[in-house]
Design a protein around this ligand. Structure first.
Ligand code: FAD
Length: 486
């Protein structure tokens, strides 16, 4: 028997490298093919998986099971209580079912890389293991500097990436779908068709039914939904460069949840972009259609971050990429923490972002940059608390993008000027902070400072928890003192 081991970033049967190769082998060897998914609630709690993401993944798995059934391929779900038992549970099942080959795709986080190494060791010579790079267009670990080290700096990485993809358009070729198995094989495998997809555990359930309905409406699971979203986005990609930073325009693709669960591949997305670009994989600015270069640039951040996760494993072990930041003595402001996550800091742009996150399990990128800076620079709270809160709330949580998005830096965002520049009419703030919906003009960006005392008090909106200027100064001094000499 041949097994495709599907992982949580791998939730599609379309354009799936491991599944495609598994299916190829069964065609030539006439061996039966089975899909396998190992559900470990303890692993999800370890990573902080949000109820939104959990529900999204469970729905996605049910869709895959249905699609595979139409191809006479069973999709088997195994349960495992202890994350240390993931590999032994899979190996026992493989041995019991006389699996001769297992195919899967890489996940680049340290525990997942260790899982794959353990698998290879524990199956011994009985099972042939093939693991593929599938999450990116250009393979992580192959983009090196002149001195042979993995590239870490975005601009040269992006330049090289554009050259490679222009020269090798076949990198965007899709893997063919798995082939249908014969009815005879399906009959032999009949006992494997009945397992039920996992359901979210008690600690991963929505607080109420309304939340579940809303999130499902916003983020319908499955490959088809990803394709639909991509097609709709291509109709507006030409405006991406001009509007991508304005959260009120909501003009980005909102595909991150599909990419992070692997429901829709980046390869397929870029192939569609290439079709839109007149069949050309030259995505360079000026030589591609409007919007294409800017959107592909974001995709390439994602590609670089996978290389960074793979080549600097400490970034998936709760440590900053720049280890100096681990020497910063963070504050212990519990009131500030609660105000931050509830969206009641008194900084309208920050509060709007956090309220969007709590309502939609998603936040616009501009806001992610601002709320993270506010948490660790102005509140001086450990950035890892925010990183964890994002994991526990976002539908699109992705360790590489999240840890590298939260990587501390010396840039302190000013939420007032950021709002003035990126939400110039205040529409995003008005949408998410209804206390401010009737505030006119520039007062919306800093109501406490720009309205009279009486006008402000009528709003029922909190005054700023901290003074931005003073806390910026405190942050700069703290970073300088704590990191000097280390
Ligand atoms: P689009 O603008 O349409 O971009 C297309 C795709 O490119 C995205 O779907 C995403 O896969 C990738 N992308 C876009 N921006 C970035 C970026 N800055 N870094 C890396 N990849 C990017 N993204 C996640 O997918 N999961 C996370 O957990 C996550 N956490 C973040 C935390 C912080 C503090 C910050 C600053 C950013 C984080 N991002 C994360 C990156 C980015 O905010 C989201 O990918 C983006 O907002 C998703 O919206 P979209 O799909 O409409 O993006």
């Amino acid at each position: 028997m041949v097994a495709w081991w599907c992982h949580p970033k791998d939730m599609r049967i379309q354009d799936n490298t491991a599944l495609h190769h598994a299916s190829e082998l069964t065609q030539s060897s006439k061996k039966p093919l089975v899909g396998l998914y190992l559900h470990c609630a303890a692993d999800e709690s370890w990573h902080g998986t949000s109820p939104a993401r959990m529900d999204f993944m469970c729905e996605g798995l049910a869709i895959i099971q249905k699609e595979l059934k139409e191809l006479n391929i069973p999709f088997v779900f195994l349960e495992c209580e202890d994350r240390r038992k993931i590999v032994p549970t899979a190996v026992d099942w493989m041995k019991e079912h006389k699996v001769s080959h297992v195919f899967s795709n890489y996940e680049y986080e340290i525990d997942e890389m260790r899982r794959d190494i353990k698998l290879v060791k524990q199956v011994g010579n009985d099972v042939h293991v093939s693991i593929y790079h599938d999450q990116t267009v250009v393979e992580p670990g192959t983009m090196l500097t002149g001195s042979g080290k993995p590239m870490k700096v975005f601009t040269p990485y992006f330049g090289k990436w554009l050259d490679i993809v222009k020269a090798e358009p076949e990198l965007l070729d899709l893997r063919p779908d798995p082939k249908k198995q014969s009815d005879k094989i399906a009959k032999e495998l009949k006992d494997l068709f009945g397992t039920k997809p996992p359901r979210p555990g008690k600690d991963k359930q929505f607080k109420d039914e309304e939340d579940r309905k809303r999130i499902r409406r916003l983020w319908p699971a499955g490959h088809k939904s990803g394709v639909k979203r991509m097609v709709a986005f291509l109709n507006q990609i030409k405006n991406y460069k001009a509007t991508r930073s304005n959260p009120a325009k909501d003009s980005t693709s909102r595909l991150s949840a599909y990419f992070s669960a692997g429901m829709f591949s980046v390869r397929e997305a870029l192939q569609k972009v290439s079709d839109y670009n007149g069949g050309s994989s030259d995505f360079t600015e000026g030589r591609s259609k409007p919007g294409v270069y800017s959107w592909v640039r974001e995709i390439v951040f994602r590609e670089l971050y996978r290389q960074t996760t793979m080549t600097t494993p400490h970034t998936s072990m709760n440590l900053p990429q720049n280890l100096k930041f681990d020497f910063v003595q963070w504050e212990d402001d519990e009131e500030g923490w609660k105000k931050w996550y509830k969206g009641t800091t008194g900084e309208p742009f920050i509060d709007a972002g956090m309220r969007q996150l709590n309502h939609e399990a998603y936040m616009h990128n501009r806001l992610r940059m601002n709320v993270s800076s506010y948490l660790y620079c102005n509140l001086l709270l450990d950035y890892r608390r925010g990183e964890r809160y994002f994991a526990e709330t976002l539908i699109d949580w992705d360790l590489s993008n999240n840890t590298q998005g939260w990587e501390p830096s010396y840039t302190v965002f000013n939420p007032v000027s950021q709002a003035e520049r990126n939400d110039p009419d205040g529409d995003y703030i008005r949408k998410w902070v209804p206390e401010l919906k009737d505030v006119k003009g520039k007062a919306i960006f800093a109501p406490y400072e720009r309205l009279s005392k009486e006008e402000f008090e009528k709003l029922g909106y909190p005054k700023p928890h901290v003074n931005w200027k003073q806390t910026k100064q405190r942050c700069m001094e703290r970073f300088k003192n704590d990191m000097s000499g280390v």
